[in-house]
Write a protein that binds this ligand. Sequence first.
Ligand code: WTA
Length: 660
Amino acid sequence: MADMEALKQESRIFNPSAELASQAAISGMDAYRALCDEAERDYEGFWGRLARENLSWQQPFTQVLDESDAPFYKWFGDGKLNVSYNCLDRNLENGNADKTAVIFEADGGEVTRLTYRELHGRVCQFANGLKSLGIRKGDRVVIYMPMSIEGVVAMQACARIGATHSVVFGGFSAKSLQERIIDAGAVAVITADEQVRGGKQLPLKAIVDDAFALGGCEAVRNVVVYQRTKGKIGWTEGRDLWMHELVAQQQDSCEPEWVESEHPLFILYTSGSTGTPKGVQHSSAGYLLWAALTMKWTFDIKPQDVFWCTADIGWVTGHSYITYGPLAVGATEIIFEGVPTFPNAGRFWDMIARHKVSIFYTAPTAIRSLIKAADADPAVHPDRYDLSSLRLLGSVGEPINPEAWMWYYKNVGHEKCPIVDTFWQTETGGHMITPLPGATPMVPGSCTLPLPGIMAAIVDETGQDLPNGQGGILVVKRPWPSMIRTIWNDPARFRKSYFPEELGGKTYLAGDGAIRNKDNGYFTITGRIDDVLNVSGHRMGTMEIESALVAHPLVAEAAVVGKPDETTGESICAFVVLKRPRPVGDEAKQIAKELRDWVGKEIGPIAKPKELRFGDNLPKTRSGKIMRRLLRVLAKGEEITQDVSTLENPAILDQLKHAI
Ligand code: WTA
């Protein structure tokens, strides 16, 4: 995690180049303010104009915003459209048919290009295939796929027929997958035989089979398998189908299913502070509007750009800035199967040079690990590659510390590329607070100012506005088109998590703390205010990891906290009490390994605690509450200076001081 004090005092300012500014979609701060003013003056008029200008409607809307059932807001309610039509057909009609839509680079380096016409054909064929299986508008389809053209095709095909997809990141375990299949009520699962990452073949279909073996997935009629590696897999006759066989006889045109604006385009599960992951439900029209518009505003996308977002389609960044946004604006984009460190840590730079990438969007964790790699081995330093095609850089998913920002700015952008540090969330659908490349003077580590129409503010626990310079809770005061619509199957939890009564019931609670700079009002995100961890930009609930740990037969109690980490931002530190005496030495090491693997199986490798500490007990108050605050101090390796007189068992702190 970035050093907060250093961040608040950061005062270096970098102005966008005059050349970029003069041609940008939002050119200069006056243009930015004019849009903000337009939204202030006539909120519905502003969004209505943008929705008419940026989307193609089968049936135009007459109502912009319906607040009658707040916080269940409806946008463009009586309009109809199709998301896949907007991403594909529209490009065939406006002269982009033969433009490259996707440049796919496989882990091993093979490159495949598809034009908009070809991509349209592939999506239509697969959409027809899904229809032939009886999948209809409103059905849910779980997608558990590698980074691939086929993954994007699967998502777009669902959108085309009005099926609601729920993509599960390929790193999640069988159990996580099973829980999501059940909660979503999926009728089909789309997967691949295996995925290839960093030269290794990793199972996907076998994990789907394991998920079914856990039970409860009976609503799934079919599993469609994309053949990636031809590795050996299990097969259930009557249920399992090969993707290539399913599409072989299908026509390459498919009339889109016109859906209402509010029709759920997708559900994406994400972690909260309590309980099981939440199925964040997004709309069709409002979501797509913002995915497209932020491509124009934040990324200043131009026809000749080559856009590369390195996220996985299993996360919201991949949804908005791989599957939907770039195609909705007719861009050429890169889809990369592999990892940044294979065959070596110069892979990103090499790909930027070979594909002449002009806009590059990645996560601070990746940048920090590549800084380390470049320090250790000059051969993979960005200096060794021709990065002259770059004109804009982006950062997403976690706070970027000023040192990493400066390195990115100098060594990758050669001090000519603005960096858009985009703050947003699974729930927000697209960017919320970010610099505009042709307008906003940038300050390293600050996401600067809200996009026009986004009424972000900082308040205290009672919802009162706080003055600049005073840290508080980040909220959004008015609904916006791409916002979460509800939590799938749990509207009460939606209300409680995002529109709590304490804030009046109509203010969106982001779950992050923030502070605005005294002089310029710039926002800096100070981190989550709930029990959500951010490890390498992946969101995880401490409760989920604790539940996984206590499900192990040896574990009596567990408490999980985040620990600042130089590379991954935060890392997972677990304090564990066993049902048997506290282990030491080799036994402790062996049990720690067993528990880490267990968590990997329960949730996925990304949730494995980096560090485990065993105690006879956990620090508790007399009423039995675990003092996580103290555990955070211990995890950091710092001395406890707080008053511990309310603790029932202060002696336990000594035991938990050291990692094994
Ligand atoms: C954090 C990812 C600081 C934040 C798009 C948020 C950030 C959570 C930034 C959402 C940023 C995301 N600066 N923090 N630019 N971007 N975050 O849902 O804590 O996976 O609440 O969405 O990541 O993570 P999610």
